[in-house]
Design a protein around this ligand. Structure first.
Ligand SMILES: Cc1cc2nc3c(=O)[nH]c(=O)nc-3n(C[C@H](O)[C@H](O)[C@H](O)COP(=O)(O)O)c2cc1C
Length: 355
């Protein structure tokens, strides 16, 4: 039987009832306790109840020092935070879905005062080119990370991984996409170090390797470790963060040597041809890895989901999952479905209840 987006898949012994997931979406709703608002947590459970096979939470920041980039972000670093998420993962599981916790450090995508320790750090002292839309001011110049900073950041990933596992997530995802810290190391656009962590792709990858080596032992062997990658960042969106197809594939090959279970690809548009070739990002990535690939970007109806699935193992949706609680049943019914715009997704950052 040919696989479809509705067939189950087993990855590292974990069964997904279908190939359709809720993409990670930051909601900026947490108070001083770094725990998201109840309706934000309920949203994840509701999508599991309505047949999503995989549910990602919002990106969790990894420390209290320099990881945060936006107000109201969540952490999983103390018992109260673990308890809050445990209630969510239990309910997601009871609806037959798999939960994965995305974790990240914002690096240079932070600003004065947003972190408790008031630090902005990055691989190199280079700020994003555009202004920060939140402050409408230039992003501050990040401090170049020292070895001490690097170890501290790794410790934050490790502690957060422990928290996520204690909270019952089926997997952890390292956010290596969208111009945040791990992606800042990978891309020569933001990493111009002259030590062992800059220069060649191998060198720029070295810090990510250290993070994976430290985090994997925290994840039981029957749970998942995934990485999310992209060729674009939230700031300076039009910049190609990797030079060409060869550089991208080299990075994917480096990831493929790691003890990880899947690669999640974030694109603006899954069907767009990439790096001046006639291939899309999934096809280019597929050539360089045997790992399962999750694809995201403008997948909004049955036709686009089926098309994206031709080259990938699972499909994720952001805005459609956010704004249409019945997106999976609607896909199944082959309903005509709209492509939501970013303006409509702005509701994610308000306290207006989602549909
Ligand atoms: C409100 C909102 C918040 C997002 N937050 C995150 C995030 O925390 N981590 C992440 O990797 N991507 C984040 N994204 C990107 C989505 O995961 C997804 O890649 C993007 O929306 C494109 O998919 P779509 O065309 O189906 O919406 C966010 C997107 C939206 C709309």
């Amino acid at each position: 039987m040919t696989n479809s987006i509705f067939s189950p898949i087993i990855i590292n012994g974990i069964t997904f009832k279908n190939r359709i997931g809720v993409a990670p979406m930051t909601r900026m709703s947490a108070g001083d306790n770094s725990i998201p608002r109840k309706d934000v947590l309920d949203f994840l459970v509701a999508r599991a109840k309505n047949d999503a096979g995989l549910v990602y939470n919002e990106a969790i920041v990894t420390d209290y020092e320099s990881a945060q980039g936006y107000p109201g972000q969540a952490r999983i670093l103390n018992q109260d935070q673990v308890d809050a998420w445990k209630a969510v993962t239990d309910k997601i599981r009871s609806h037959g879905a798999v939960s994965v916790c995305q974790v990240f450090h914002c690096g240079r995508m932070a600003y004065e005062g947003i972190n408790p320790a008031n630090r902005v750090i990055g691989p190199s002292p280079i700020a994003p080119g555009q202004d920060n839309p939140l402050t409408q001011k230039p992003y501050p110049l990040p401090e170049q990370m020292s070895r001490f900073d690097m170890d501290h950041v790794i410790a934050g990933f490790v502690e957060t991984a422990k928290g996520a596992m204690a909270a019952g997530f089926d997997g952890l995802e390292l956010h290596c996409a969208h111009g945040y810290l791990l992606n800042q190391f990978l891309s020569a656009y933001s990493n111009q170090r002259t030590d062992d962590y800059g220069g060649t792709m191998e060198n720029r990858y070295r810090f990510i390797h250290e993070v994976i080596a430290a985090v994997r032992p925290m994840i039981p062997s029957d749970r998942l470790l995934i990485v999310r990658v992209s060729n674009w960042g939230i700031a300076d969106m039009d910049v190609s963060l990797f030079e060409d197809k060869a550089e991208w594939q080299q990075m994917i090959q480096l990831f493929s040597r790691e003890p990880i279970d899947a690669i999640s690809l974030s694109t603006y548009d899954f069907s767009a041809k990439a790096f001046g070739t006639d291939q899309n990002m999934t096809q280019i990535t597929r050539e360089a890895t045997k790992l399962p690939i999750l694809i995201c970007g403008k997948i909004h109806d049955r036709k686009t989901a089926d098309e994206a699935f031709q080259d990938a193992d699972m499909v994720l949706a952001g805005k459609s999952m956010l704004l249409n609680p019945f997106w999976v049943p609607d896909l199944k019914a082959g309903k005509e479905l709209k492509l939501y715009g970013s303006d409509e997704a702005g509701i994610a950052y308000t306290d207006t209840p989602l549909p």
